[in-house]
Design a protein around this ligand. Structure first.
Ligand code: G6P
Length: 367
């Protein structure tokens, strides 16, 4: 066990640091010359994907958060309506299936009971096809799906998912581009998406260099009972994921919120004792996010900001850590990394069982 962890104290920390490699592995052979390669979803899949008129994504936990990011990408790049839903909800409602809807499951293990049950239910309905984004080739989910795109994260031991999430986002970006290819995605935007994907391993490496600074930042969270995570657009699901990581392993109650929703409730919780973590990439929503941060400052909230360093100057005071400038596809993957490290270091300082948090299982195979 100690050998497999190598120099790292926990599997989670090792897996966080493996992300540049696992993302690179997930891209291997799937992009070339500025393009997503044909045929990566299997034989006949590209023709099927060209027919898709709607997408329904189903997953649980961290995998669901990957699905929420994908929703923004699929709608923005391919112009196809996309919904993402938690498997345990989906399986017990009576979904109305529009013509030519692609059913997508996302799962690290491929054995999550609710996700499998949702897939089995989908088989009884008139979906165009069922695609799995999964990390375990011999899993039930892979066996029972029509198309598969494997993430290549390798075995993930830490119960809190890290490298599986980054590779899911990578695979889902490939799906969004593949769907967009037949729907007028310009050569130029296609090339930009692929360049973004290629930049990921290097950018994640840069984000990992924040480790020591984040370890220091973590000290401000040790005695807290609550924390709020904010983001907008594709970074709203990243805020959800940051909050999930913190609660899973440090047992601090954390909530992720779309920053624009602050004044509809969570602002009532903000005072000088409330840490508020915000992710601020340099995107179209930046000015909106800045005014949300002012709302937090005005109530004396303690802000912890992860910002694109090219816009650092406009971000005001507070605990600020800088990340490298990222393209639209790369940003959520890269900005998630410091949130993983934050949760990790807070949990270590609180002395919890980081790799095996209480009451949680790596794979939830019973309902
Ligand atoms: C459990 C794990 C999470 C994971 C979720 C979904 O709750 O602790 O880390 O995100 O299951 O698992 P899956 O294998 O379907 O991605």
């Amino acid at each position: 066990d100690a050998v497999e962890r190598g120099e790292y104290r926990h599997y989670m920390l090792k897996e966080i640091h493996e992300q540049p490699q696992s993302v690179a592995d997930t891209l291997e052979g799937r992009i070339a010359n500025g393009k997503v390669m044909p045929g990566i979803f299997g034989s006949g899949a590209d023709e099927l994907l060209a027919k898709v008129r709607q997408v329904q994504i189903i997953a649980c936990g961290t995998s669901f958060h990957a699905g929420l990011v994908a929703r923004y990408w699929i709608e923005a790049l391919a112009g196809i309506p996309c919904h993402a839903e938690i498997a345990s909800e989906f399986r017990y409602r009576q979904p109305v299936v529009a013509d030519d809807t692609l059913f997508v499951t996302i799962s690290q293990s491929g054995e999550t009971a609710d996700t499998l049950a949702a897939l089995r239910m989908a088989k009884e309905r008139s979906y165009l096809a069922r695609l799995a984004v999964c990390n375990v080739p011999e899993s039930s989910l892979v066996r029972e799906s029509d198309m598969v795109l494997m993430t290549r994260a390798g075995p993930e031991i830490g119960v809190a998912s890290t490298k599986a999430f980054s590779t899911q986002l990578t695979a889902l970006a490939l799906l969004a581009v593949q769907l967009a290819k037949t729907r007028g995605l310009s050569e130029e935007r296609h090339a930009r998406c692929v360049a973004d994907l290629e930049s990921l391993p290097g950018l994640i490496r840069e984000a990992l260099e924040l480790n020591d600074a984040i370890k220091q930042m973590a000290e401000s969270f040790v005695d807290k009972q609550h924390a709020l995570f904010l983001g907008r657009g594709t970074h709203f699901p990243i805020a959800l994921e940051g909050a999930l990581k913190l609660k899973e392993i440090s047992y601090i109650h954390a909530e992720g919120y779309p920053a624009g929703e602050l004044k509809h409730g969570p602002l009532a919780l903000v005072d000088e004792t409330m840490p508020v973590v915000a992710v601020a990439p340099n995107d179209a929503l930046l000015d909106k996010l800045k005014s949300n941060m002012e709302e937090v400052r005005a109530r004396g909230g303690q802000l912890f900001l992860f910002v694109d360093r090219s816009i650092r100057h406009g971000m005001g005071e507070g605990h600020v850590l800088e990340l490298p400038p990222c393209g639209e596809i790369a940003a959520p993957v890269v900005f998630n990394v410091p949130l993983q490290l934050l949760a990790y270091h807070v949990a270590v300082l609180r002395g919890t069982d980081v790799d095996q948090p209480r009451n949680l299982a790596k794979s939830v195979t019973v309902e």
